[in-house]
Design a protein around this ligand. Structure first.
Ligand code: GAR
Length: 289
């Protein structure tokens, strides 16, 4: 039963536990508050009072689970869950990607901590899903994250990607509508950008245009920031135009560079910004008309 729930809700073991706890605590809170409301209205929970109680708890329940989900870090799951329940009640179809849905391919070469945040954020989203995870590195940690979320993966060959068909037929067959780069170290060919109508987004761990370009990834970026004596660093999320770390910017956020920083401590501060902002920025980008 738990395995089926995990697959249905596209959650990890830990998330499944937190989601079930949210249902349990939210339900108890709802019952408790429902009785309080009945008490305040001087109504007994019997006879006609049962009907009133049912209306009260029906209205309170979504608020209670959302409040608990915030505390347990499951807000995006329950937001999607309640939206689907609402759509079902109104007789709208839910489930796989509908005509207005966005189906993302995440491209990543490394551990994929950003990719994992994106998978979690969209796991139960009503209009956006992650359809495939692509990597040029068969040992990349991101592939394990994809496996845990039940997302198909594709290992690509560098030459075919850069000078061949860029795996466009494969991505089209998977119904991909936009590409998200999350620590992907190869330059994205123009063919791919054109096929997706420019819907290719990248994140960079510095304030572009400074400290970007070929070879600027991981600790090299933070070492460059420290070597220049910059007072601040940050993240840049931008559309991809065929050059490394280049294209119209969608979002940026800054953080301080401390006198005591080394590349490791600065990287950690910047990565926290990335984890906080990448998925919400992608959501805004795709859903803002
Ligand atoms: C991230 O910091 C991302 O900004 C960077 O690779 C890291 C991947 O980390 N991308 C670039 O440097 C692009 N030039 P992750 O695998 O833990 O998500």
């Amino acid at each position: 039963m738990f395995t089926r729930l995990k697959q249905k809700w596209k959650v990890t073991n830990l998330q499944l536990v937190l989601v079930l706890c949210t249902f349990a605590i939210g339900g108890s809170l709802c019952g408790f508050l429902g009785r309080k409301v009945m008490g305040l209205a001087n109504l007994e929970v019997n006879g006609w009072g049962i009907l009133v109680y049912l209306v009260v708890v029906t209205l309170l329940w979504p608020l209670c689970v959302l409040a608990v989900s915030l505390l347990l870090g499951q807000f995006s799951f329950f937001r999607g869950y309640l939206l689907r329940v609402w759509q079902r009640m109104r007789g709208q179809k839910t489930g796989g990607p509908g005509p207005t849905a966005h189906n993302l391919a995440i491209f990543a070469s490394g551990s994929g901590s950003n990719a994992e945040k994106i998978m979690a954020h969209f796991a139960n989203h009503p209009h956006i899903r992650v359809g495939i995870v692509v990597s040029n590195n068969g040992a990349a940690g991101v592939l394990l994250h994809a496996q845990r979320y039940g997302i198909p993966t594709l290992i690509i060959d560098k030459n075919r990607f850069l000078t061949g068909d860029a795996y466009v037929p494969h991505l089209q067959e998977a119904g991909i509508t936009a590409v998200v780069l999350a620590g992907f170290l190869l330059k994205v060919p123009l063919t791919l950008i054109d096929v997706f109508g420019g819907k290719v987004v990248n994140i960079h761990p510095a304030l572009l245009p400074k400290h970007g370009g070929k070879g600027m990834y991981g600790k090299h970026v933070h070492e460059a920031v420290l070597a220049q004596g910059d007072a601040s660093s940050g993240i840049t999320i931008h559309l991809v135009d065929g050059q490394y770390d280049h294209g119209p910017q969608l979002f940026s956020a800054t953080c301080a560079v401390l006198p005591t920083d080394d590349a490791g401590t600065l990287a950690q501060r910047v990565l926290e910004l990335e984890h906080r902002h990448y998925a919400p920025t992608i959501e805004r980008w795709l859903t803002t008309p």
